[in-house]
Design a binder for this molecule. Sequence first.
Ligand SMILES: [Fe+2]
Ligand SMILES: [Fe+2]
Length: 395
Amino acid sequence: MASSRVAFRPELFLSLQSSSSKRGGVVRSQRVSMASTIPSSKVENQKKPYKPPREVHVQVTHSMPPQKIEIFKSLEDWADDNILVHLKPVEKCWQPQDFLPDPSSEGFYEQVNELRERAKEIPDDYYVCLVGDMVTEEALPTYQTMLNTLDGVRDETGASLTSWATWTRAWTAEENRHGDLLNKYLYLCGRVDMKPIEKTIQYLIGSGMDPMTENSPYLGFIYTSFQERATFISHGNTARHAKEYGDVNLAQICGIIASDEKRHETAYTKIVEKLFEIDPDGTILAFADMMRKKISMPAHLMYDGQDDSLFQNFSSVAQRLGVYTAKDYANILEFLVDRWKVDQLTGLSGDSSKAQDYICTLAPRIRRLGERAHGKAKQASTKSFSWIHGREVQL
Ligand SMILES: [Fe+2]
Ligand SMILES: [Fe+2]
């Protein structure tokens, strides 16, 4: 297959985002402003009634050798016994309503007022992080699509009974509660401007995402292992901060979401652990490949119709508040190296052994780069966010 690799860009670690500097550029559609001199193929494009607001240009597909699909078919029973057990039966799951004022109860208005009083104690920059997290969760259709791009594990019919497809649908159904709960909380709290937030969600789902997983379940499950842990950490941190601001209810909301993410992390890391057992060379190469490309955040194409650097600005606030930082990125990598006992793998081929060296020495290097960038960081600037009625927060 055509593999157009993008060079490793260490500076990308520092801002925790991907955006325009890699994979050939993420750009805003120029549809409206294009001149009449453009080639005819582009004129065709112009006639499209809708173009994604954020576009990714260099995309690699189907990089896994087709014979490896058999590995995933042969793991069907294993996944039944080892992965589906990490799903919770619906009857035992929490639902958003468990943590929100009950609209059918007499005390609804009072409960809403209490929620709003508590919200007044929380600063704007916290809400920027919470909105960014909510928008990320709300782009769930994109993530289900992403899982269904993966060769050998996709849901072929939409109701397929394979273990992989069963997992993906039930995982999506569990995840759906996250955006739902955060969205309803933010709607009630009175601290944010819902319309630009809703526009951000619509823009984001319209743009999709490019995790650079190339239809390969090796790359895909490494990505999801990393990402579930990243969300576990960030929701855990917003829970901790809410508690510090005295809002135990909001802490519970973020905490309960974090606990789902942890369970999902357990499942995805188990899949990759199994791949290391069956195909250590293929798996270590995939791990190194993902780390070289950097794990891009799922909402990296975020846009609200106004701010071209919305994702970077949101990431800066999250970094400053300690909700999700460059250090967390390095910690997750280290956690996964440890979880999969990468340093203990033996008998690897030449390239794989180089990949092993690369991975095992990467976390300290990322930390050093992060510290250096932190030292060089210019004086704090502020940025206005449409999500909070244009009020400014420090980046
Ligand atoms: Fe989630
Ligand atoms: Fe998740």
